[in-house]
Design a protein around this ligand. Sequence first.
Ligand code: NAP
Ligand code: COA
Length: 263
Amino acid sequence: MSPFRDNLFAGKSAFIAGGTSGINLGIAIRLAELGAKVTVCGRDEDKARRAAATIGNGALGLSADVRDYEIVRSAMVQAHDTHGALDIVISGAAGNFLAPALAMSANAFATVVDIDLNGTFNVFRGSHDLLNTPGASLIAITAGQAVNAMALQSHACAAKAGINQLVRVLALEWGPDVRVNGISPGPIADTEGMKRLAPDPATRAAHEARIAMKRWGTARDVAESAVFLCSDAAAYVTGTILDCDGGSQVGDASRLDMSRGLA
Ligand code: NAP
Ligand code: COA
């Protein structure tokens, strides 16, 4: 049972970069269920159209690459002109693959930084004069890589760490009219991200054992965190990163297994 009332976001306009699949699509669906008029964008036009049909409530699905400021800006202008000044902007587009730094070309590293970090700057910077203020809420989708060094993830660690700091700086510069926060999901089931990061059952089981909540999250879990951050319940919350990760960042719960057999 969700604690949020059905029409919480009636009359609100939301733009979700990277909202055409996975976690971000889950957020888009939830915002629309609560009454928001939603626009999603990704690179693939057909996928964006299909996502909009799934989201419903008059959702708009646009093709735009967040690496190109003018293109993503024009998608946000279209969202603004169709659904009204933006109350909610979510920057969730990302790219990732497992590779040691020595197996990455300069372009491989730059590609991930460009999508995740520069893309988030482009989306937030490009949205600013399209926002409905005061009260607009911006959310970056970051990850545990921002604060935990992980082998095979130099590009994602660098990019997501940059996003966390960008969130904090924009919160300082754009308050009090705009709140800027991040959500750091843990491993979320049935996503492209986890297909890439935990491709086999043994890795998946090891991930699960380490988590306090003993399960992977769902896109809906993350969506409810986004709903909270966009709602008046979070009116005094800005510049923070909300870990929606079942306790993943707290530590390693699998160490408990070592206590079996201890007095
Ligand atoms: P996903 O399904 O692959 O979603 C990525 C989205 O971004 C898609 O809509 C994709 O559409 C779009 N995209 C990719 N490159 C783009 C670009 N250059 N310009 C515009 N859109 C672009 O991934 P996911 O696993 O759900 O991850 C979503 C977010 O959650 C990411 O920020 C990820 O870092 C974060 N996260 C995920 C997990 C997890 O467990 N999956 C954990 C922690 C954090 P197109 O391919 O059509 O462009
Ligand atoms: N190991 C090492 N290098 C890799 C790699 C891998 N597994 N996958 C891609 N690269 C390199 C490419 O070789 C290329 O470098 P080069 O030009 O020096 O050869 C560079 O990365 C860019 O690859 P390209 O395929 O041209 O980029 P793209 O912009 O078309 O796609 C990616 C971006 C690579 C991030 C792609 O995986 C993607 O589109 N991801 C989106 C979905 C996703 O990752 N979801 C999970 C989100 S957490």
